[in-house]
Design a protein around this ligand. Structure first.
Ligand SMILES: C[S@@+](CC[C@H](N)C(=O)[O-])C[C@H]1O[C@@H](n2cnc3c(N)ncnc32)[C@H](O)[C@@H]1O
Length: 243
């Protein structure tokens, strides 16, 4: 019965477990559909974020909700001196990431929850989440956890999809999101519910200015928002006070 209501309408514990199950079911086609549906923009969005990362102290990067580890892979490719940890609460995603990354190397992968990161305070120079925080009902809690595990002066980054704010673009993109994407991706993935949820979760996600305020409420300062591809995606950056 409860499976019939939209994921976003479910109470938080049910929503979290359905999101978990959903990502467990789409792992196999996840990368392919990301590239197709974003026309490979997702690759350049992650690259944009990685180029803004700084590693002056620990030389360690945390990729929260790593999925198939695309952000961690891009980070170690660009910053030759660092090691990365990718964490995700879906075992299938971590397996897919291990398959991509291989056994040895500079990326360590762990199963775990973004809301209870298994790291000491100040363990990383940078903690980032790409296209993950939208799926977490407690966004403030997730940001506070990321802020906790970075060093004073360290960076917290969020790469996330928004409804564009440009007047002509907004209705066109909304049409694509709500009418085209769920049908196309639903057919290709065999999981229409997942892509219906993707559209609904983007529409329901706070606009960039509101999200910047949530970053500040998490104790971050010098908060910046970089609008990418007409505002379809934004890179939010905040610094942990100190140093
Ligand atoms: C849309 S995917 C993004 C994956 C990857 N970061 C990327 O750039 O493609 C969202 C990921 O967030 C993970 N996730 C959602 N909530 C989480 C949580 N509370 N803790 C850890 N991972 C979570 C999901 O399992 C999924 O792999």
């Amino acid at each position: 019965m409860s499976e019939e209501r939209p994921i976003l309408a479910a109470p938080d514990p049910e929503r979290i477990s359905r999101v978990r199950e959903m990502f467990g079911n789409i792992e196999g086609r996840y990368d392919f559909l990301n590239r197709l549906l974003s026309l490979r923009r997702d690759v350049s969005w992650r690259r944009f974020a990685v180029r803004r990362m700084r590693f002056p102290q620990t030389r360690r990067f945390l990729d929260v909700a790593t999925g198939t580890a695309d952000l961690a892979v891009e980070a170690v490719r660009h910053h030759r001196e660092i090691g990365a940890v990718g964490i995700d609460f879906v075992p299938g995603m971590i397996e897919g990431a291990r398959h991509k990354v291989g056994g040895a190397g500079r990326i360590r992968l762990l199963q775990g929850d973004a809301l209870a990161l298994p790291f000491a305070d100040g363990s990383f120079d940078v903690a980032a989440v790409a296209f993950g925080i939208r799926n977490m009902p407690d966004r403030l809690g997730a940001l506070r956890e990321m802020a906790r595990v970075v060093v004073p002066g360290g960076q917290v980054m969020v790469l996330e999809m928004h409804l564009p704010e440009i007047p002509v673009v907004r209705p066109c993109y909304r049409f694509y999101l709500c009418r085209i994407l769920p049908r196309l991706a639903g057919a290709l993935s065999g999981n229409p519910e997942a892509y219906q949820y993707l559209s609904e979760s983007i529409v329901a996600f706070p606009p960039p200015r509101v999200f910047s305020e949530i970053m500040r409420s998490a104790g971050l300062e010098a908060v910046e928002c970089h609008s990418l591809t007409l505002g379809v995606t934004c890179l939010h950056i905040g610094n942990k006070p100190g140093r």
